[in-house]
Design a protein around this ligand. Sequence first.
Ligand code: PMP
Length: 353
Amino acid sequence: MTVRTRADLSALPSYVPGKTIPGAIKLASNEVSAGPLPSVVRAIADAATAVNRYPDNAATDLVARLGDKLGVAPERVAVGCGSVTLCQQVVQATCTEVDEVVFPWRSFEAYPIITQVVGAQQVRVPLTAGHGLDLDAMAAAITPKTRLVFVCNPNNPTGTALRTEQIEAFIERVPRDALVVIDEAYREFVDDDAVPDGVELAKRQWAAGRDNVAVLRTFSKAYGLAGLRVGYAVASPEVAETLRKVYVPFSVNALAQVAAIASLDAEDELMARCRAIVGERARVRSELLAAGFEVPKSQANFVWLPLGERTAAFNEHCLAHKVVVRAFVGEGARVTIGEPEENDAFLAAAKSF
Ligand code: PMP
């Protein structure tokens, strides 16, 4: 007799993280290349002396800080072990196996995996020809079984972003018993005023009586804490409460909690870093365009090269130049914006492709 694991999981692909190759420049995981600030490292070191104790399960201080920063009541904030875990929590909070999760595709790789792991039904909606979310097609894909819709803005891996009026018109078309989750993992890199701050957009929806809008954000990207795993959701009190119920106890650890708070203390410095990355993004894109690549306008800390069948060869070429990008074979390559010299190394590789 062998152990019987769930048959429906046997065909499930595993999440494939960006590779780390010794001696190569990693532009594969949308991390910030600069290391953590000294003040953050000190906070982590101080907290390390107390790791014999469990962390605060409610992350009370962090939740209070986030509520203050965002101008929302703390009962609207739920934390998670990275926003990927919050993606899972929202599926768990809304879906049973007959229910449907609508999401754009290609988008964040975790959406289909998590939906299947939780045991709900996936409804993938292809992107537009311009590599953006097709909100008309997403609205058309909604059925009475739809409990959850992911709107990834800016979209990973294409970097495209939706404008305020597009998202608002879309929300109008979603039944109020289905939750719209705006995944804003890359919010801090947005420099186009037409792209909404999802939390402000959600507040307007709540004020208009629509409680079915939630926002996910993370400390992994702009705040440089990818290795510590902490993200947060902003939602109606009822949805946030359900997210807390499906939260695996203590999953945002004590070091992550203090590091997130120390990062909020150093927000000005971290946001200045983001602006430098945004400047580099413009430079990288314009050099790629000049070299003849198609590069959709990006509002995130990466660019997308829709290389189609040439993707695998481009990936190999970059690897030969000791630059690790994220290839989606047959579709394109996603390249994180790093420090100027890392971007120079990537550009040199790309131009010689
Ligand atoms: N959402 C999107 C769109 C992402 O790209 C990512 C990270 N790749 C996440 C969520 C999850 O990030 P984390 O779990 O590190 O917070």
